[in-house]
Design a protein around this ligand. Structure first.
Ligand SMILES: NC(=O)c1ccc[n+]([C@@H]2O[C@H](COP(=O)([O-])OP(=O)(O)OC[C@H]3O[C@@H](n4cnc5c(N)ncnc54)[C@H](OP(=O)(O)O)[C@@H]3O)[C@@H](O)[C@H]2O)c1
Length: 251
């Protein structure tokens, strides 16, 4: 279903009557959002409006997956207390979504970043590097983009924990515990997975010639969400062992 189609979306909501809505879908291609702004608004903002209105009318709780791209990548170590100041259209649509959802009393907004995991059809950084390594191809990786890579399983476990915790609402940075630049992340993946580091080529972000500006120093702290929900994100090493196990067991 196209969730920007209000009639269809409302019809499904009226039939299923969720007490808790977890809104994950988005146009997440940052370059495409920059170029096709109407499409980005249609996919990233409009459905949030419809879902939030329905949640308000039906006293449902809304959990919205936002992004660390609401930050400008200036000084790093971002928390929920820092001003959101997106530097590209994708981040702006996520912030517009946050503004809509946060008007609802029962709202939870999570800001993850660089979500990685084992997903054969997926385009996350781990999978992109996996495919390049399989084909013995080089991969250019930025050395100047710092984030806290977030394991998808951790994020799912956090969401389940939030679902089970009544009456705690707000905005939460929800990222992994370690800050690193993308090249360092790639090196750690190579180390753990036994991949060829020589195929990783460190480059500056500007060399990609991308249209949408990237936040560079976007390291974050998830101290608040961990404290509020008594949650721990695993470290990268542990998560890579979990992925190895998933691959070995065809999970
Ligand atoms: N990936 C990251 O590192 C990252 C970091 C921070 C935040 N996030 C956020 O996390 C969420 C998931 O990201 P992701 O990387 O998993 O994205 P993804 O792989 O691009 O998946 C997004 C999904 O949303 C669906 N979708 C988009 N517009 C839709 C619409 N109008 N109706 C129905 N389905 C629609 C897409 O369906 P189709 O495939 O059919 O288009 C796709 O299945 C997004 O909200 C994203 O902004 C991601």
């Amino acid at each position: 279903m196209d969730i920007a189609d209000e009639i269809k979306l409302r019809c499904v909501l009226d039939k299923t009557k969720p007490s808790f809505i977890v809104h994950v879908a988005a146009l997440s291609n940052v370059e495409k959002c920059e170029i096709e702004r109407d499409l980005a608004y249609k996919n990233n903002v409009l459905p949030v409006k419809i879902l939030t209105e329905w949640a308000k009318e039906n006293d449902a709780t809304m959990l919205f997956i936002s992004s660390d791209y609401v930050y400008d990548g200036g000084r790093g170590k971002f928390t929920e207390d820092d001003q959101a100041l997106p530097v590209q259209y994708y981040g702006l649509t996520k912030l517009q979504g946050e503004d809509i959802v946060s008007k609802l009393k029962k709202h939870i907004i999570l800001r993850p970043t660089v979500i990685y995991g084992w997903d054969l059809d997926g385009m996350n950084f781990f999978m992109q590097l996996f495919r390049k390594q399989k084909d013995k191809q080089e991969m250019k990786v930025p050395v100047d983009q710092i984030n806290n890579p977030t394991f998808v399983n951790d994020l799912c476990e956090l969401i389940v924990k939030i679902l089970k915790t009544p009456d705690k609402y707000g905005i939460f940075v929800s990222t992994g515990p370690e800050s690193m630049n993308r090249y360092e992340f790639g090196l750690q993946l190579c180390d753990s997975m036994g991949w060829d580091k020589e195929l990783l080529k460190p480059v500056q972000t500007l060399e990609f010639g991308q249209l949408a500006k990237r936040p560079l120093n976007n390291s974050t702290s998830s101290e608040k969400v961990c404290r509020m929900f008594n949650f721990d994100f695993n470290d990268l090493k542990t998560n890579l062992e979990i992925i190895k196990n998933q691959i070995e067991n065809n999970l």
